[in-house]
Design a protein around this ligand. Structure first.
Ligand code: PEP
Ligand code: CO
Length: 446
C-alpha cells in the first residue's frame, strides 16, 4: 500500500546507515530544537537552482559540484573556507572558458558532516570501536565514549553550516569573487603550480573579454553579485533533514531548507528505502548517486518515485562506476532513460569508483583513473545521444597528498607527507586545477 508522504514518513521504511542513539528522548529534544531554528537557505534560491539544473539538462550550462568528502567541525575556519571558494571559482572560470557556457557552482559544504560507512565497527590502534560516522553523529577520537552517537551534534552541525554559509555569502557579496580582480581568489601557492601559466593565460583572456564587453555595452558585467554559490550535502542522517523540512508562504510543497541540493548516497539509494521516501516529498532538486548498484529498471523506478511529473531540473543522477567499468555499465542506464523519455541531469563523479588502498594502508585514488573515467563519461554520453551536464569532485584548496599522479607525479610513497582526510582522498589544489583544465579541453572539443 502506498504511504502518504510527510516529513517523517520515512520512519515507516528501512533506514540504512542511521546511528542508534541510546537516548530517544535526547534525540527528540535535539530534533525539536533544530526544527524551531531559522532555515539556512531560502525556497527562492532552491527554485533558482532547479531552473539552472533544467538548463544544464538542455546543455545550456555546466554544473561543477565539488568540496570535501567530509567537512569537519574543527575545520570551520576562515582560511579553509576561503581556500575552498578560491579553488571552486578558479575551476569554474576554466570550465566557463572551455564550455563557453555559464557554470553553476555547487559546494559540497555547509552541511557535509554525515558519512555512510561500509562497516558498523572499525579497528583503531588495535581496539575495536563503533565506526566514525561523521562529525554530525560522533567523534573521530578512538575511544568508546566518543563513538557513541550524540544528537546534540546535529545542533553543532547546523551551527557550523550556518557559520560557513554566512561567511560565504558575505565574501561573495563583498566582491571576493569579482572577476575584475582575479588576484582576490588566487591561492598562495598557485604561482608555483606546474599549471600556473596555463591558468593565468586563461584568466587574462577572461578579464580582457570582460573589459571589452563592458566598453562596448557601457555597463558592468561579471560583478561579484553575479556569482552564485549553492550548497549541497548527502542527506544521510534523516532526523537532521526532517527537522529542517519546512513549508513556506506563497510557494506550494515542502522544502529542505538546510541546503539547496541534497543527494542520496549510493548505499542508501534503494527505491524501497527510507531515504528515497524522504526525498520524494521535498521540492528541492535532488541528486541520487548511481553505479553498478542500479539496474536500468531500478533507475526507472527511482524516476517514477522521485520525479513522477517528469520535470526537468528536478532529478540529478550522479554516476560513479570506476574508469574500467564505465564504458560497459553506463550505456544501459542512459539508454533506459532516453528510451522511456525520462528527464534527468547526468553528472559524473569520477572519484568514488576509483578508490584503492596502498601497501602502507592509505586510501587513495590515481589522477589518471579520475581523468580517464571523466573522459569516458563525456564519450559515452555523446555516443548515446545524451549530455553530460556536470562533474562531482572531492577536493580541497589545501596542499594535501591524498591522491596520486597529476602534474607533480605524486606516488604512493608521497602520500604520508600531508594526508589529512579521515575518510576519502581528495584532489589537492594543483590536481583540481589540472582536472578542470583537462575537462575544459574536453568540453571545448564536444
Ligand atoms: C561521497 O560522496 O562521499 C560518497 C560516500 O559517495 P557514494 O555514496 O557515491 O559512495
Ligand atoms: Co567521499
Amino acid at each position: 500500500m502506498a504511504i502518504e508522504w510527510n516529513p517523517g514518513s520515512w520512519q515507516l521504511l528501512p533506514a540504512l546507515q542511521q546511528p542508534s542513539y541510546p537516548d530517544a528522548a535526547a534525540l527528540e529534544n535535539a530534533r525539536a530544537e533544530l526544527a524551531a531554528l531559522p532555515p539556512l537557505v531560502t525556497s527562492w534560491e532552491v527554485a533558482s537552482l532547479r531552473q539552472q539544473f533544467a538548463r544544464a539538462e538542455a546543455g545550456q550550462c555546466f554544473v561543477l559540484q565539488a568540496g570535501d568528502c567530509a567537512e569537519r567541525f574543527s575545520e570551520c575556519t576562515s582560511p579553509r573556507i576561503t581556500n575552498q571558494l578560491k579553488i571552486l571559482i578558479q575551476m569554474s572560470l576554466v570550465l566557463v572558458q572551455g564550455s563557453k557556457k555559464p557554470v553553476v557552482r555547487v559546494g559540497r559544504f555547509a552541511g557535509q558532516y554525515a558519512k555512510p560507512r561500509s562497516s558498523d565497527f572499525e579497528t583503531v590502534n588495535g581496539i575495536r570501536l563503533p565506526s566514525y560516522r561523521g562529525d554530525l553523529i560522533n567523534s573521530t577520537e578512538p575511544a568508546l565514549q566518543a563513538r557513541i552517537p550524540d544528537p546534540q551534534r546535529m545542533l553543532r552541525g547546523y551551527e557550523r553550516a550556518a557559520l560557513t554559509l554566512n561567511f560565504i555569502r558575505a565574501l561573495v557579496k563583498g566582491g571576493f569573487a569579482d572577476l575584475h580582480h582575479p588576484e582576490y581568489f588566487d591561492l598562495d601557492w598557485s604561482l608555483q603550480s606546474p599549471k600556473a601559466e596555463e591558468y593565468r593565460r586563461l584568466v587574462h583572456s577572461i578579464t580582457d573579454s570582460l573589459c571589452f564587453m563592458e566598453n562596448i555595452l557601457g555597463t558592468s558585467a561579471g560583478g561579484s553579485d553575479r556569482i552564485d554559490f549553492f550548497t549541497s550535502h548527502e542527506a544521510l542522517l534523516l532526523p537532521y533533514e526532517q527537522a529542517q523540512t519546512r513549508r513556506v508562504p506563497h510557494r506550494p510543497g515542502w522544502f529542505n531548507l538546510s541546503t539547496h541540493f541534497p543527494w542520496i548516497g549510493i548505499r542508501t539509494a534503494s527505491p524501497d528505502g527510507a531515504h528515497v521516501e524522504y526525498m520524494r516529498g521535498i521540492a528541492n532538486p535532488i541528486g541520487v548517486k548511481t553505479g553498478a548498484a542500479h539496474s536500468p529498471d531500478q533507475l526507472l523506478r527511482l524516476c517514477d518515485l522521485l520525479n513522477p511529473a517528469n520535470e526537468s531540473g528536478r532529478l540529478v543522477f550522479i554516476h560513479r562506476f570506476g574508469a574500467d567499468k564505465i564504458e560497459a555499465q553506463l550505456p544501459p542506464l542512459v539508454r533506459a532513460l532516453r528510451e522511456n523519455g525520462r528527464n534527468a541531469l547526468w553528472v559524473c563523479d569520477p572519484m568514488h569508483g576509483n578508490t584503492r588502498t596502498t601497501a602502507s594502508g592509505f586510501k587513495t585514488r590515481g589522477f589518471d583513473d579520475i581523468e580517464a573515467e571523466l573522459g569516458r563519461a563525456f564519450d559515452v554520453h555523446s555516443a548515446c545521444g545524451s549530455t553530460l551536464g556536470g562533474i562531482h569532485i572531492e577536493l580541497t584548496g589545501e596542499n594535501v597528498t591524498e591522491c596520486t599522479g597529476g602534474a607533480r607525479g605524486l606516488s604512493d610513497d608521497d602520500l604520508h607527507r600531508a594526508y589529512k582526510s579521515e575518510v576519502d582522498p581528495r584532489l589537492n589544489y594543483e590536481q583540481s586545477l589540472e582536472l578542470a583544465l583537462l575537462t575544459a579541453r574536453k568540453l571545448s572539443r564536444s
